[in-house]
Write a protein that binds this ligand. Sequence first.
Ligand code: KIV
Ligand code: ZN
Length: 521
Amino acid sequence: MSSHSQTGTAKSQVLIFDTTLRDGEQSPGATMTFEEKLDIADMLDAMGVDIIEAGFPIASIGDFEAVHAIAKRMKRATVAGLARAINADIDRAGEAVRVAQRGRIHTFVSTSPIHLEHQMRKTQAEVLDIILATVARARNLVEDVEWSAMDATRTPIDYLCQCVDAAIRAGATTINLPDTVGYATPDEHREMFRQVRERVANSDKAIFSAHCHDDLGLAVANSLAALEGGARQIECTINGIGERAGNTALEEIVMAIRTRGDMYPYQTGIESKMLTRASKTVSTATSFPVQYNKAIVGRNAFAHESGIHQDGMLKNQSTYEIMTPESVGVQKTSLVMGKHSGRAAFKDKLKALGYDLGDNQIEDAFVRFKALADRKKHVYDEDIEALVDDNIATAHDRAKLVSLSVIAGTRGPQRATMKIEIDGRVVTEEAEGNGPVDATFNCIKAIMPHEVTLELYQVHAVTEGTDAQAEVSVRLSRDGNSVTGRGADPDTLVSSARAYLMALNKLEARGARVHPQRAAE
Ligand code: KIV
Ligand code: ZN
């Protein structure tokens, strides 16, 4: 039996269940490629995550393959695959995680009256039967089975206890009580866990888990309250990405437990120095920027602006810092090499920034760094991160930007000329547009005809100064699938073209997909 599924886990140990690759990927536009998922899983494993929910295997062949590959690869972490309370889902999840050293099937069904009446059209008795049958089926395939009561926080406590009792009797080793719609308050949440654990006869046979959504900004507070109520597994995602307003942010819950050990006498196995890099990796893969003031991993999380704060910090860091930047892996921003810097120094810098790249990746990044250093007076750590992340994210793209020139100005129409390499062949096109960005995107459409909706176009500067790199995010959608691409370059139009192409590559690579919560039961 998996060590994580045993109930003998020390009382103070809290298991971290990361669902960046499943609930996180459900954020509109957060699609990740197969390779990005493997990289993220490796990073989560190295960071000490106990359980990695790698995807929803029945959703698509791509999802199945990613869960299967991650299950095969993980050395330490348990790998979970999600399944609705449907036989085909459970069998497919079982097939995907069977190859893991420690595999888990995570199956769920709705329990709240709202869901039963309007979505499932089933009675409470019917759902109890479903729980017994589906958990038993999963337990026949693997020893480690997690069962979730979807919309638990809007489920009457008596019925919730009956469901939990049924799931444990059928063999569930982890019981997850999700706040699916982000509705709970901390006091209610603590009480729900306390009561269910107290009232269900066999509750000591399972580990209880919290899975909170952030619709009211309470996900981390509710997760902490769940620990007080007896939960010992927290489900969370890097940067808090996830359905709607997202999930409990892994970095926040981990640092809250660590920094406030006086209030929360628990511990996790997470290496906190990896949190900043993890945040950047996920931000790059999903092309979701991290808000500047985001707790723990935001660019300003350790910046002190006001004179009084700076004065205090110079005298003693503890005046305004409750945790050190180093404890979450923040490097001091520094001016890096200029155009005369060599490969060795560049390699050292990449290592210091937390990258572990192969020789070809280093070489590609070095060529781009040199080109940037020729154009930009000061090259900062953030510049290097932006270009390396860009290289990593586009490494497997089918279509790549070769060159772009644009004629812009007050007298339109603006005109773009572009070369794109597709499947090893370089294609050139020209197009006009209502503005330079429109002309650039029209060029891509001329080379690769497609129908998509542009949902978002956003630009921000990577560093200060008018020669800063512009980082552009583009979100495209087609047939209910939306994906985001990101590009960085000192030229905003080049960044725009890169971002659009990255999104288009992702959209093309993605087939039809079933969504766990939106799919019909
Ligand atoms: O929010 C939720 O209820 C979920 C379940 C599938 C666990 O994500
Ligand atoms: Zn969720």
